[in-house]
Design a protein around this ligand. Structure first.
Ligand SMILES: Cc1cc2nc3c(=O)[nH]c(=O)nc-3n(C[C@H](O)[C@H](O)[C@H](O)COP(=O)(O)OP(=O)(O)OC[C@H]3O[C@@H](n4cnc5c(N)ncnc54)[C@H](O)[C@@H]3O)c2cc1C
Length: 387
């Protein structure tokens, strides 16, 4: 086996790896660097759609499949219309992002992209990356793999799964309002769980309809499909439709301290770095923000992990997640309280970790206190037992 040395290696060219590589591509600071990208798959499939909210124009607007200025939230007989301005809710197909990023990166002479399945990383200086085919070394490694410790569930961290199945359906008549999307519809769920459907109209005759659960275990394949069928007929009032595309996935929702498994110049990124918002499962915008932060730290020669995680919001996420874990059937009520009593702009800012303490107090005061107090007590006890 030969050994090849690079200044920087990025393991995994998914959302996080590509955000980071694109940010390096756009920064002249990296022009004289040798940057290795190790990705085990061809990245030629549309394996997910990414949705996120954003104020005004954003970096990926040329790639956006559709965006919406308005939405609706549904729970029982309560409908909350959401006027998002100055935000828009945007949707991006992953294949468009992969192709765009790959084309750019391959045109940059500082990058070397190798299809390689990384087996292990050893924290020597320089850091050694053991691939199936080759051994590489690098001064800095950004690693999208999920730390093995996360899989060992014998600890007291909360682990929920966000799991979902979605269909892009097509009708032979105009069935959708392309200016409105459904962010969460709890009217038809899986009994005693936090589960909902969302609807993203792509044009007047096509929409992505996705049934999603925040629970501890997965359903059978047919169960997701049964709910989708029922939802489309009962709430979208569509009897005849064609399924054009399908999407299925699982996202970990956890307060596991991923950042502890990064050390020195070996930094976990993306899901494996704890960049998925534990209480919502969103991470696309975190990949953009954290890539910017990592580059800033690198250029200023600061410890690379500085400023990636905001402690205050980690605490809120931990509590919210614990309530969903203990009382999963209570989730719909919680989200209903949130969308009914708090403006969508404040919710988006809060979920983006952008609110100040006064706003946080306003938000927290809208929720019933008891479940939060129980979770605070439980988490303090667990922390005490761990230390
Ligand atoms: C179906 C689906 C839909 C989602 N929708 C949204 C959404 O709407 N909005 C949102 O904000 N978030 C969403 N998420 C959550 C999150 O944004 C994505 O999971 C995101 O892709 C995470 O980025 P990542 O880089 O950590 O992982 P990935 O994008 O999965 O990338 C990891 C990459 O590493 C590669 N890799 C793994 N192991 C190795 C190895 N040993 N050697 C080499 N390469 C390796 C993989 O092949 C992959 O390309 C969704 C997730 C899923 C699964």
């Amino acid at each position: 086996m030969s050994t090849l040395h690079y200044n920087i290696a990025i393991i995994g060219a998914g959302a996080a790896g590509l955000h980071l590589a694109l940010a390096m591509y756009n920064d002249p600071y990296f022009r004289d660097h040798r940057i290795l990208i190790l990705e085990k798959s061809a990245k030629d499939q549309n394996d997910r759609t990414w949705c996120f909210w954003e104020k005004g124009e954003g970096l990926w607007d040329d790639l956006i499949q559709h965006s919406w200025p308005q939405g609706d939230f549904f729970y029982k007989d309560n409908t909350v219309p959401l006027a998002l301005t100055p935000y828009r809710y945007k949707m991006l197909r992953s294949i468009d992002f992969y192709e765009f990023a790959k084309k750019k990166i391959l045109s940059g002479s500082m990058f070397h992209w190798v299809e390689e399945d990384v087996q292990s990383v050893t924290n020597e200086t320089p850091i050694q990356i053991n691939g199936l085919k080759t051994v590489y070394t690098a001064d800095i490694v950004f690693d999208s793999r999920i730390p093995n410790e996360f899989m060992q569930t014998k600890d007291s961290y909360t682990r929920l799964l966000q799991h979902f199945k979605g269909w892009v359906i097509r009708t032979n008549y105009d069935a959708f309002d392309t200016d409105r999307f459904t962010i969460m519809d709890f009217r038809l769920g899986w009994p005693e769980t936090t589960s909902f459907t969302y609807v993203l109209p792509l044009n007047k005759r096509e929409a992505l309809v996705e049934f999603t659960l925040f629970t501890s275990s997965l359903l059978q394949k047919n169960d997701y499909e049964q709910v989708l069928q029922n939802y489309i007929r009962k709430y979208l009032k569509i009897q005849e439709f064609e399924i054009v595309e399908q999407e299925q996935g699982v996202i970990p929702m956890s307060d596991f301290p991923f950042e502890k498994y990064s050390n020195g110049n070996h930094i976990h990124i993306g899901t494996g770095g704890g960049w998925v918002k534990p209480s919502t499962g969103y991470s696309f915008k975190n990949c953009e923000r954290n890539s910017r932060k990592l580059i800033e730290n690198l250029k200023l020669k600061r410890p690379l992990n500085v400023g990636l995680h905001k402690r205050k919001f980690r605490i809120y996420d931990t509590l919210f997640l614990d309530i969903l874990y203990r009382q999963n059937e209570f989730g719909p009520e919680l989200f209903n309280t949130m969308y009914t009593k708090i403006s969508v702009q404040t919710i988006f800012a809060f979920l983006d970790d952008q609110t100040n303490f006064k706003q946080d107090l306003f938000i927290l005061s809208r929720f019933p206190r008891k479940p939060f107090l129980i979770s605070i007590f439980k988490k303090i006890t667990q922390r005490w037992n761990r230390s």
